[in-house]
Design a protein around this ligand. Structure first.
Ligand code: ADP
Length: 420
């Protein structure tokens, strides 16, 4: 919309800024900007040139429409061109009608059929980086370019440079995202191969150690029990490693039947009670009278909840409290593990569910662990279509919540009860 009493050049400049605000794609916007540069400086044409990756030559990102196709095929050398000089020095240049043609113009002129008589070139600089140049050529009426023309070009050059800079950042971001995805894939492959290769010899160690224990005198049982315990521990680690990494195979091995959540919570609390007692921690199940059922795999849900209780015990000082509760919320069963432990810094709350992530390596090292427990919990819960998250206050304690979709049949029954 034109603004009354605003001089035309300013109006045009305003329009270009509005175009920028509407976020056109880079090349379209640079084309508009170069055409505006030509218009505001009464030039025959304008171009935007940017260096190639090797920084040996420029190519045209924007050029006068009539010559655009031909100019796009052209490499403008860094050395021996006005664009190259301005790019290197960062200082605008005005080349007058009588100053003698740059040897490069002749090639461009031949190709485009337009004779270069006068030229003004400004660098495109943003945050200290020179990203290209803006050129206008052949001021109408044969006059030379003025410092005012250069000032106009510099205003437009900042807009162009900002866009180029932004584009460069976006490309870098895309590159690092795809590099991170590649690394993540490599990590997954490594885990899959290693855990597969370790499983067979470990199975043999466990099998033979168990067999030997039956054969040898009781005085050797202690040593063999240590071997069996350690090998079993290794087996759990390997199972954890492979279960966090393969959603598809996890889904395939999901044994689905009705699981009593009340029973699951009670069983888990009972299983960890001896450890809680030995550490002087009160561990309680808090359950309502009604049972809650979930369509799922009891073993995998047990693993998910067990890891939360194990962590709560690990990160709570003697004398602390841990409660495990389950309740019905619309459409879901909500299981919470609340502790009065050391808590988790807020910046780590989402990251702790990543594989191998630990809040403080020196702290967790004293507790053991590989930073896999929560990743396993997350994988198991997601296999059931659920969610898990943590809330915490440092020094006060943490709450881990699992939300599991209720059995469809129970949902329907609940609705029938409440439907008048
Ligand atoms: P690990 O097996 O090493 O404990 P997890 O994936 O189970 O790995 O947990 C990741 C990290 O999250 C832990 O190293 C710990 O720093 C933090 N964490 C988990 N649960 C708790 C909790 N209940 N209280 C405080 N910190 C916790």
């Amino acid at each position: 919309m034109p603004i009354p009493d605003v001089p035309q050049p300013l109006e045009d400049l305003l329009q270009s800024t509005r175009d920028l605000r509407d976020a056109l794609d880079l090349e379209s916007y640079l084309q508009i900007l170069s055409e505006l540069a030509a218009q505001l400086t009464a030039s025959e044409g304008a171009s935007i040139l940017v260096p190639n990756e090797a920084r040996t030559a420029f190519y045209f990102l924007a050029a006068p429409r009539l010559q655009r196709d031909v100019l796009r095929t052209l490499d403008v050398p860094m050395i021996g061109s006005a664009a190259g000089r301005v790019f290197a020095s960062g200082v605008p240049e005005i080349i007058g009608a009588g100053s003698g043609a740059d040897h490069f113009f002749a090639q461009v002129d031949q190709l485009t059929g337009v004779e270069t008589r006068s030229l003004a070139v400004v660098p495109l600089v943003f945050k200290g980086q020179t990203l290209g140049v803006l050129e206008v050529l052949n001021r109408q009426g044969g006059a030379d370019y003025t410092p005012e023309d250069v000032a106009i070009l510099e205003v437009l050059a900042v807009q162009a440079a900002m866009l180029l800079y932004n584009d460069m950042l976006e490309k870098r971001l895309e590159k690092s995202q795809s590099e991170a995805a590649l690394l993540d894939r490599m990590k997954s492959d490594f885990i899959a191969i290693t855990s597969h290769e370790l499983r067979t010899p470990l199975g043999l160690i466990l099998g033979h150690a168990t067999f030997l224990r039956e054969l040898v005198e009781p005085e050797y049982h202690e040593q063999l029990d240590t071997i069996i315990r350690s090998a079993t521990r290794l087996k759990t680690i390997i199972e954890n490693l492979s279960s966090v990494d393969n959603f598809q195979s996890g889904l395939a091995s999901l044994r689905s039947r009705m699981v009593s959540i009340k029973r699951l919570v009670e069983d888990m609390v009972d299983a960890f009670q001896p450890e809680a007692k030995s550490r002087g921690i009160t561990l309680r199940a808090r359950l309502g009278p009604a049972d809650l059922w979930v369509d799922g795999d009891a073993e995998k849900l047990g693993l998910a909840l067990g890891n939360l209780i194990k962590n709560a015990l690990q990160f709570t000082e003697p004398g602390g409290f841990i409660s495990v509760s389950a309740e019905n919320v619309p459409g879901y069963v909500k299981i919470s593990v609340v502790d009065t432990g050391i808590g988790i810094p807020s910046e780590d709350l989402t990251r702790i569910f990543e594989r191998f992530y630990q809040v403080q390596s020196h702290l967790t090292r004293t507790h053991g662990g590989m930073g896999l427990g929560l990743a396993v919990t997350k994988a198991m819960v997601e296999l059931h279509g659920g969610r898990v998250w943590a809330e915490s206050m440092e020094g006060k304690g943490s709450t881990f919540t699992i939300l599991l979709p209720l059995d469809a049949a129970q949902n329907a029954a609940a609705q029938r009860v409440f439907t008048p």
